[in-house]
Design a protein around this ligand. Structure first.
Ligand SMILES: CC(C)(COP(=O)(O)OP(=O)(O)OC[C@H]1O[C@@H](n2cnc3c(N)ncnc32)[C@H](O)[C@@H]1OP(=O)(O)O)[C@@H](O)C(=O)NCCC(=O)NCCS
Length: 411
């Protein structure tokens, strides 16, 4: 058997032609060209198809932003009307989906249900086998229209209630709130959620978008890519962070000494959820809108404590990180979205599905770009290298010993 010293492959036997740069987590490695979005992490800039997120958050709607992401240009009035009509028309999900939900355990996590539903939606899509660009745009519109229906439908069914019917007069955001809460939102609340959806719609090669692009780079269909993306988003280091922030706010609700609580968290190696970012080294430009919204909604509803708690955690964490030499860790998009969603009546475990309700626009835009090589010369199958650090016995391989002859020592 090999000794410990032999475990690493000799340098000269590494595969010829492999790029020797190793980068754990692919930080800063450029793997493709994209026209969909751009981040300047040092200066806190986010752009969708050329437009600053600040402009879109104030002036655009989710429907218009989704069009922009899919079509690489803002729509004319008639194009937007037609796109919105198609989104409304596609709001229906196949009956078998909600029938199958009724057989699921009520404790099933909404993100798991959402992920499982994506390929089921694909099975009911008449365009599934058609790989033209036009068919992929049709699939994207159906996915964007149906993800909120699925998320809200599961929430109703797990409560033992029937899913509600969509209200075609309501916007994408307003209809989602109606389906979820059973209350038709006032225009201001619907607009606030709409702004949240604009803010979350795309974010370059984040983990879930990369997962989607990687899957479709094998020529798998859009639904396979979108299902992978939902799975990636569910993790607490990605979209799952908003639900973790809400748990944190509830945990510190009665805490007198928030700086002490933050210190303890960090001393014991735990994270402050909703803070820090793989790309932003300054405040996430989306967080500033959500912070303002959290304060405003808190005041409007007479529930200012969530905003107050959030700012106290932010201040204590930023100061504690600075003391530890980590000066770039600031609130990200998930930090204030937790209190905003809570104030809109969205339960904690549905906060990450809300992220998916928005990000499906970016995922599908990236999937189309990947499939049709719209930003580079030709499509490329993703296939990174890894460094083998396992047992190594030379080019001939280790000697295979039949099972009867193996001793415990040799194992
Ligand atoms: C998003 C995240 C994974 C990025 O991590 P990253 O790429 O390692 O970020 P950085 O390189 O800036 O991290 C530098 C250091 O700060 C630590 N750090 C970063 N964010 C932290 C946080 N929220 N709480 C505690 N420590 C944090 C990292 O673990 C790293 O520590 P180390 O040097 O001892 O290894 C990280 O910030 C995080 O886990 N945040 C909390 C989860 C979250 O909000 N995710 C949603 C992101 S939109």
């Amino acid at each position: 058997m090999v000794t410990k010293a032999e475990i690493r492959k000799p340098e000269e036997e590494k595969t010829a032609g492999t790029v020797r740069t190793k980068n754990m987590g692919l930080r800063g490695v450029t793997v493709a060209d994209t026209r969909v979005s751009f981040i300047d992490g040092e200066n806190g800039v986010l752009i969708y198809r050329g437009y600053l997120i600040e402009e879109l958050a104030v002036h655009s709607t989710f429907e218009e932003t989704a069009y922009l992401l899919l079509h690489d240009a803002l729509p004319t009035e008639s194009q937007l009307k037609e796109f919105t009509r198609r989104l409304v028309e596609a709001r229906q999900v196949p009956d078998f989906l909600f029938e199958s939900f009724k057989k699921l355990p009520k404790e099933a996590k909404p993100m798991d249900v959402l992920q499982a539903s994506v390929p089921l939606l694909g099975m009911a899509d008449p365009d599934l086998p058609d790989e033209t660009r036009e068919a992929n745009v049709n699939k994207a519109i159906r996915l964007i229209a149906r993800i909120p229906i699925v998320a809200a439908g599961w929430h109703r069914i797990r409560q033992g209630r029937e899913p509600l019917r969509s209200d075609d007069r309501l916007s994408h955001a307003g209809n989602f709130l109606w389906l979820l809460t059973g209350i038709r939102p006032d225009p201001e609340t619907a607009r606030d959620l709409d702004t949240c959806l604009v803010l979350h719609a795309d974010h370059t090669f984040n983990a879930s978008t990369f997962a989607a692009r990687e899957v479709v780079s094998t020529r798998a269909h859009m639904y396979a890519g979108a299902a992978a993306a939902v799975g990636a988003l569910s993790g607490s280091l990605h979209g799952g962070a908003n639900a973790e922030v809400m748990k944190m706010l509830k945990e510190v609700e009665n805490e007198k000494d928030i700086p002490g609580w933050v210190r303890k968290q960090l001393d014991s190696g735990r994270k402050i959820m909703g803070m820090g970012h793989a790309v932003y080294k300054t405040t996430d430009p989306r967080a500033k809108f959500l912070k303002e919204m959290s304060e405003r909604l808190g005041k409007k509803l007479g529930q200012e404590k969530w905003y107050r708690l959030s700012t106290r955690i932010e201040d204590a964490a930023v100061s504690e990180f600075e003391k530890r030499g980590k000066t770039t860790i600031k609130p990200n998009v998930d930090f204030y979205s937790a209190s905003v969603y809570h104030l809109m009546g969205i339960p904690g475990d549905l906060m990450t599905p809300v992220f998916a309700v928005s990000r499906i626009a970016g995922w599908t835009a990236h999937i189309i770009e990947e499939k049709f090589a719209e930003a580079q010369e030709k499509p490329a199958l993703y296939r990174p290298a890894s460094e083998y650090v396992g047992h190594y016995c030379g080019r001939m391989g280790c000697t295979y010993v039949p099972v009867q002859q193996r001793t415990r020592d040799a194992a």
